[in-house]
Design a protein around this ligand. Sequence first.
Ligand code: SF4
Length: 402
Amino acid sequence: MNEGTAEAAANSLSTRRTLIRTKPASPSALGLLELCPLAYLMQTEGMPRKTIGQHPAALLGTAVHAVTSSMIATGIPTPQDVIDTVKKEFLKLAGDPARSSPFARWMLQRYGIEGFVTRRQLVERSAYVIGLASRLPHIPASRRATRAFDGKVPTGSERWLESEKSGAAGKVDLILRTPQGGLKIIDFKTGKIYEEDGQIKRAYILQMAGYARMAEDLEPAANLELELIGKTETWCSPFNQELRSMVDSVIASLRLKLPLGREIHDEQTAVLGEHCARCSSRPSCRVYGTELSRRTLANRDTWNGGSLDVAGQVAEIRVEAGLATLLFEDAGAARARIVGIPEAIVEEANLGVGREFHAYSLGTSEANRDGRFPRNFFVVDTALPGRSAFQATFAATERAST
Ligand code: SF4
């Protein structure tokens, strides 16, 4: 899929879209399914779509994950080597068009890694890698099957599990055989694994239970232990009836909501809600886009610091030193502005005077407007580049009908 085609697909907000589920249930996306089947489908089917740019923290988490997996196999070098390896992996991801946004690559060119990640963050994340790799057994990169072989669950790092019986498939971070002949299924998370109220995140439980369900289908007699290792906390549990019922019922609802091979319209599967603010597929979601075009700055008076997405028509663009200031008018004729947009992003999104557009995940300095929605937004913060709106994403659109 070339970028131009992806762009055209992403921007066609006026065209009704038909989607088809072709893949088995993905344990890591079952939490998303519960929030919005359309978001699940867009993510798991690898649809060509415009997404919100990855935040550097997420890219760093991916880098840490990759380095941890390799160090389980290779052993742990010196702390400085770990820091250098994490940095190298991060730079590789940030410069990869398939993994990072055009804006992230622009930031990298302009400010280098210092524009994204502080030395302290690198040291902290590297300490996490060392702590995690040293508490896990050293598993040399093996020539053993990475998939199930002879009906046995494959053990080792990054193992693929699939089960026709459960209709699920996915890659597990680590599977170990216990001395008693059971299996331990381990997943690493570089962030928090508990909610503010102390409950383990449901999406993670579903993911672990999904893996266990597949392992159980392969080896019904094996005792299964589950372990999630977060940044500072862990969670362990045997795979029990409660978890089995939970995941079975979510996979059953997947079959019901998104039957394999059946055409589904985006409008029928989209579920709008607060979770949309965290949905990385929203620039390609026609339902969310239509809603965004209708919302005016004035009728969004209860801003509590959440995601800053706006829609409007470009009234004026000024460019200075490679950064654009865009003045726009929303559907209620209110005026607002966005500063610090890299010129290359303006061109890539085809933003010209008179064009309708959507902008996602902007930054603002107007934290205290008595709850009123801001009128001044930014992308690059030239005074403090590390505070920039790294996930800012733009798309030219057509005006939604009212
Ligand atoms: S933006 Fe909202 S409605 Fe659209 S796919 Fe994402 S979660 Fe679903």
